[in-house]
Write a protein that binds this ligand. Sequence first.
Ligand code: C2O
Ligand code: CU
Ligand code: CU
Length: 486
Amino acid sequence: MPEVSRRTILIVGGVGGLAALVGGTGLLWGSTEPSLPGGTGSLGGLDDLLQPEVLRSDAGLLRVRLSSAKAAVRIGGREATVLAYNGSLPGPTLVLRPGDRLEVALENGLDAATNLHVHGLHVTPRGNGDNVLLAIDPGDTFDYAYDLPADHPPGVYWYHPHHHGNVAEQVSAGLYGTIIVEDPEPIPVTRERVLIISDLTLDAAGRVAPASDEDQMFGREGELVLVNGQLAPTLSARPGERERWRVVNACVSRYLSLRLDGQNLQLLGMDSGRDAEPESVEEVRLAPGNRADLLVDAASGTSILRTSPVDRGSMQGMMGGSAATGADLAVFEVAGGPVDAPPPVPRQSAPRDLRDEEVTGRREITLAMGMGGMMGPGGMTFTIDGRKFNRERVDTQVELGAVEEWTLVNASPMDHPFHLHVWPMQVVEFPGASIDRPVWRDVVNLPARSRVRVRIAFEDFRGPSVYHCHILDHEDLGMMGIIDTE
Ligand code: C2O
Ligand code: CU
Ligand code: CU
């Protein structure tokens, strides 16, 4: 990319530039000010990327108070009213080590029920653990406790509310934060950053716009795509520096396909665990809920962190559709005198491969959409194995210690990102891909009308937990089931 100033990039845009940033309307919310006021910054896109507050465990314990409530924040230079943990968007970053205990006092300052989910952590789903079947009522406080096993995989995880029926609304309004489980052996980098990517739509008064029935059926996508709650922030580095970016897709429904042209990106791992060696990548695709652990070796110049449009299918004949949009997310400015690169990344131990292990059970799980009476908005139903979520019903019973192979069937014309709590999944068969090494995920995209095969080792924990579509509107509409392990 030729060198241009970041202002030029933001205003003129490359592919999916300004129009994408402001949702194609040419205006930020609040239609009084056009977004091109002769080049001055109503885009607000020239701020440095801020890091959420970091809370780190000490001597094996991290004790945190998370208060979820309405908060006034600034987004793109404007006042906005969102929902936030501890008044900040995103919530604090929680940094843990394998074997640690995390205690969270969750205060519900909202006007609806909520709860807390620690997405991807391998911890008990029972009692006051990662129990998403709990409802914490407005005004109540609940004490969660999570004990990470000593061999918990390092990686990027996150937390968000999970009260069935309110999840999409609460997450899209701003309730999310990052959890990091540190590596046993540190990876040498110049600096680490968290990039938590979310999207929302604000109305003229700066309030989060409600989603229409149609938005919910397709899965709402916000007009503004934010990084750490900021619109198009700037990240600065010097040539030769190596950065580690922990990227979370906290969008309710938006798929991300990230590029940082002009820079050298390497993937350390996705979701939980680490690959044996970093892999050079040009594009990183994150379904809602997925995370990427990236290394960026900074090369001189200005690059744009950009998400390209992702086609995630359609509702077939329904109104609305799949007009995917791209967006410019951030500016990466590398300038100044070069520095010596940090030492090479040490090799990690090879991940477990369930293809070498005996499968003790097989099952098929089918996600479908249909016109089934008037059950969902617009009469569309979202089901797993033909049924909507029912918190009183166990859909899948598994024995502790089982190694199962699940065939995940998507019978619908839209993609659905399939997510299982507590136990990560090893993808062993994916349409159009030959898989030559262990691929572990806790969210696996199921392309429209396709079958994907995963293996899961049900170890360590008993009790009811869930699997669901991580287009959180679909989860709220019933695309979720209960799994019980005993
Ligand atoms: Cu990220 Cu069941 O959730
Ligand atoms: Cu989860
Ligand atoms: Cu879905």
